[in-house]
Design a protein around this ligand. Structure first.
Ligand SMILES: [Zn+2]
Length: 274
């Protein structure tokens, strides 16, 4: 006789997350896009966020959420640009569901699932075969057109872009920061060291890394730019891109993303950035 998952939750919640149905059996709904969008609508209602649809693809809406108090230089949080990175998508959702009171008084933009068609298919690319994170400088791409239109008038003070990487050997981050004295990625990653080890490689994705952090102040003039670089070029003071290792436990990756978002928000609330 099958046991009820509700009766069978482990007493030691090492791998248990309440938002994952039957997590004790390691079954999840990380690629069930209608289910995830329904949960985001519930977050929007509870936190009084304004929900806009900036694009539709294969019947899936791309949500863009703004808080009631959103101003010209908000905090910006995004996930799901790549469809095979469910830990990032679930991490942002889990964090939001537990941060309703914060979201009601925050100055924030959320783009929680940029590539819903890709997530439903569990592929990195969109349904047309494009890597959307190489299209943010292509304003004629319909996906990017909708995003740019929604972002007009906004220049985030701090942007957090959530990703995962199949080649990663641990957690790592990119930091683009105009202030060389700030060590924001280090501040965030130090809160998750007990949850997920850092990628210790000295070179990651062809770039010099130290303690899992790739820092840059200046950008080469290249094409096919990602979201974080376009935001930085548009005046964002600091962009953080967190990359969890895709081959590690989904529950750990999800929890790590949620913790990293919280760390960035805590830093934003206490130290501030203009
Ligand atoms: Zn990615």
């Amino acid at each position: 006789m099958p046991r009820s998952s509700r009766d069978s939750r482990p007493t030691t919640p090492v791998l248990w997350l309440p938002e994952m149905d039957g997590a004790w059996q390691f079954r999840h709904r990380a690629h069930d896009v209608p289910h995830l969008l329904q949960r985001w609508r519930a977050v929007a209602r509870a936190a009084r966020l304004q929900l806009s649809v900036i694009h539709e693809v294969r019947g899936f809406p791309v949500y863009f959420l703004t808080s009631r108090l959103v101003a010209a230089r908000p905090l910006y949080l995004s996930a799901g640009v790549h469809g095979d990175e469910p830990g990032a998508v679930l991490g942002l959702l889990e964090w939001a569901e537990r941060s309703i009171a914060y979201l009601r008084r925050a100055d924030v933009i959320l783009v929680p699932l940029f590539n819903p068609a890709g997530l439903s298919l569990n592929i990195r690319l969109d349904s047309e075969g494009n890597d959307l994170n190489r299209f943010f400088d292509h304003p004629s791409h319909p996906h990017i057109t909708g995003w740019r239109k929604a972002m007009s008038g906004f220049s985030p003070r701090l942007a957090v872009c959530l990703h995962e990487d199949y080649d990663a050997q641990g957690l790592y981050a990119y930091e683009l920061n105009r202030d060389a004295t700030l060590r924001l990625a280090e501040s965030c990653l130090s809160t998750t060291d007990a949850m997920l080890s850092r990628d210790s490689r000295r070179t990651i994705e062809g770039r010099s890394a130290r303690s899992g952090i790739i820092r840059r102040r200046r950008l080469p003039m290249v094409e096919n730019l990602p979201e974080a670089v376009i935001l930085y070029q548009s005046g964002t003071s600091c962009t953080l891109t967190f990359e969890t290792p895709s081959e590690f436990s989904l529950a750990v990756r999800t929890r790590t993303h949620a913790r990293l978002i919280q760390a960035a928000c805590d830093w934003d609330a206490t130290s501030g950035i203009s």
